[in-house]
Write a protein that binds this ligand. Structure first.
Ligand code: UT7
Length: 329
């Protein structure tokens, strides 16, 4: 039987209108534009403002974007997978809520939590479902409302993160284009360095946990930085090697946007020049599960059928991975 390949056939995205600039952050905490730009690459981030709005409200916009562009009915979608660490609620899943808001009625939907690598984990899962031959249209969403878990008095984290959503449509491929290979990893011993202390079954929410600010991101930046540089570069290199790809074969690196210096190190290891790297960290910051699909959304018009793309991510967990995609349209 002929092997079915999963192809990305459309990209959608959404970012909130409000821009939290470095200049505004300078008025809130002891920081400065120069430090933020040189240490991270971020100039501004988008923040979802307004009562009653959550990750699903951004995710559904990215999904609707795809449905409109492709002219497909919500009824045709078989499955929605949402990668997020900022679900609307612990349950039901944000994918469920997105499906409801988008009018998707004939699908099953679920969330994946792999922090900044979540989109790659969800994409790999969706790919396997398409390759099984049982499903024809799967939407993979990466969304995070990081502003809901950022402590805006902590200068070591609040300058980094932003809100946003990106999504892709996966369909069976009719040629050799599509998702070719994926290499994903986890190392749970990374938990102490990047996590949220309370709100889970280990430490349920109490007045004390709120007072102790334990519902915000906790990060030991330098440790995470060192592991991220090595892991993201190594996994991308290994993926290229096992598929006999060189820097010349790659049209684009689509890296997770956590820090410009981590991106540069990965590109160097892969032998890629700056012109081949998608970078939008300066305008969105780190949107966690949304960074990779938001890059695709921003660059979609420049992509050509047959282009080799490497997606690479590293995040809390620790989680990391790389995916090789041959662009299908
Ligand atoms: O996406 C998920 C995975 N996360 C990551 O990949 C993040 C990885 N880590 C990083 O990107 C970097 O470690 C950070 C951007 C978080 C921090 O950069 P760094 O170069 O590692 O800075 P540092 O933590 O070593 O801090 C250097 C100095 C410190 O001051 P002293 O001790 O040297 O006096 C900090 O207090 O910079 C200070 N600092 C700041 N100064 C101005 C920390 N945050 C700020 C700030 N503004 N916002």
């Amino acid at each position: 039987m002929e092997k079915i390949t999963a192809a990305i056939t459309s990209v959608g995205g959404y970012v909130p209108e409000y821009r939290l600039t470095n200049a505004i952050l300078e008025t809130m905490i002891d920081t400065n534009d120069e430090w933020i730009k040189t240490r991270t690459g971020v100039s501004e981030r988008r923040i979802q403002k307004g009562e009653g709005l959550a990750s699903s409200d951004m995710g559904v916009e990215a999904v609707k974007n795809i449905l409109q562009k492709k002219g497909i009915s919500p009824d045709e979608i078989d499955c929605v997978i949402c990668a997020t660490v900022t679900p609307d609620m612990l349950f039901p899943s944000t994918a469920n809520i997105i499906s409801d808001k988008a009018g998707i009625k004939n699908a099953f939907s679920f969330d994946i939590n792999a922090a900044c690598s979540g989109f790659l984990y969800a994409l790999t899962t969706g790919t396997a479902l398409i390759e099984s031959g049982r499903y024809k249209k799967i939407i993979v969403v990466g969304v995070d409302k990081m502003s809901s878990i950022v402590d805006y008095t902590d200068r070591t984290t609040c300058v980094l993160f932003g809100d946003g959503a990106g999504a892709v449509l996966l369909e069976p491929s009719t040629d050799e284009n599509g998702i070719k290979d994926s290499l994903l990893r986890t190392d749970g011993s990374g938990k102490p360095f990047l996590h949220m202390k309370a709100g889970g079954s280990l430490k349920p929410s109490t007045i004390e946990t709120v007072m102790a600010k334990e519902h915000f991101i906790y990060q030991e930046g330098q440790t995470v930085f060192k592991v991220a540089v090595k892991s993201m570069a190594d996994v991308s290199y290994e993926l290229m090697q096992r598929n006999n790809l060189t820097g010349d074969d790659i049209a684009w690196l689509v890296p997770h946007q956590a820090n410009l210096r981590i991106i540069d190190a990965t590109a160097n290891r892969m032998g890629l020049p700056k012109e081949k790297i998608m970078i939008n960290i300066e305008k969105y910051g780190n949107t966690t599960a949304a960074t990779i699909p938001l890059c695709l959304w921003d660059w979609e018009s420049k992509l050509k059928k047959g282009d080799n793309l490497i997606f690479a991510a590293f995040g809390g967990g620790f989680t990391w991975g790389a995916t090789w995609v041959k662009w299908a349209y």
